[in-house]
Unconditional design. Structure first.
Length: 233
């Protein structure tokens, strides 16, 4: 009897960490649905060309509720074993009192509100024993913040973590036993992490994926890093 390949839906898979996660799941024999913003060709399109049809590219501007609803309609009738949301922005290291209101709104909508809208909208596609994950950061940890700085980015990730906890409590009350994960990839050399970061994408991604797979079917919410270790809230 042939096992049906598992499917991962990765939101924000056009480059760096998201693209690496898509590639890692393909290497493990999964089918992958990955989203990109706009119509510009990306590394995900290149990856799809060599995937023997196992990678499908969808378009989504995550902060646009209309586009999110349209993607949900396009995926109607499908099920996925993993929904993973990988998207975040930063707008520089300003003290919170100097952050313009428009910037605050943009970062909070992108980093906290929109990922949770994705989870709320696309979560029903995830199988009962599947996993819902979001890329977070140890900078969202309140207890680990001993150095300060990056006020707005830290606040957005802390808000994301709190919202995911609210979701987890609500869903547990409804009998939902799926695994929920907030993932810290480590300090990675990306546009967001900068060139001085200690990890390459190729060092972080396998650990992120292995950690998520090790928690498959265990249920509950955890905040973990790429080594599988708990991150303090």
């Amino acid at each position: 009897m042939t096992n049906t390949p598992k499917t991962a839906l990765i939101i924000g898979a056009s480059r760096t960490l998201g693209l690496g996660i898509a590639a890692e799941y393909l290497s493990r024999g999964w089918h992958v649905i990955g989203t990109v913003r706009g119509s510009r060709r990306t590394g995900l399109h290149d990856l799809a060309e060599g995937s023997d049809g196992r990678l499908t590219v969808e378009t989504l501007e995550m902060t646009d509720p209309g586009q999110l609803a349209a993607l949900c309609d396009r995926l109607a009738g499908r099920t996925v074993d993993l929904l993973f949301v990988n998207a975040a922005i930063t707008r520089g290291d300003l003290p919170i009192g100097e952050v313009p209101t428009a910037m605050f709104t943009e970062v909070m909508v992108t980093n906290a509100l929109s990922p949770m809208r994705v989870v709320e909208t696309l979560g029903p596609l995830v199988t009962p024993d599947g996993t819902i994950g979001i890329m977070s950061s140890d900078q969202g940890s309140v207890s680990l913040n001993t150095e300060g700085g990056q006020d707005l980015y830290r606040a957005s990730k802390a808000a994301l973590n709190q919202l995911m906890r609210c979701y987890a409590v609500r869903r547990a009350g409804a009998g939902d036993v799926r695994t929920l994960l907030l993932m810290d990839p480590g300090w990675v050399r990306t546009e967001l992490g900068g060139p001085e970061a200690e990890l390459g994408v190729e060092e972080s991604v396998p650990g992120v994926v292995e950690t998520m797979e090790s928690r498959r079917g265990k249920g509950g919410l955890e905040f973990l890093d790429h080594r599988g270790e708990a991150v303090a809230w």
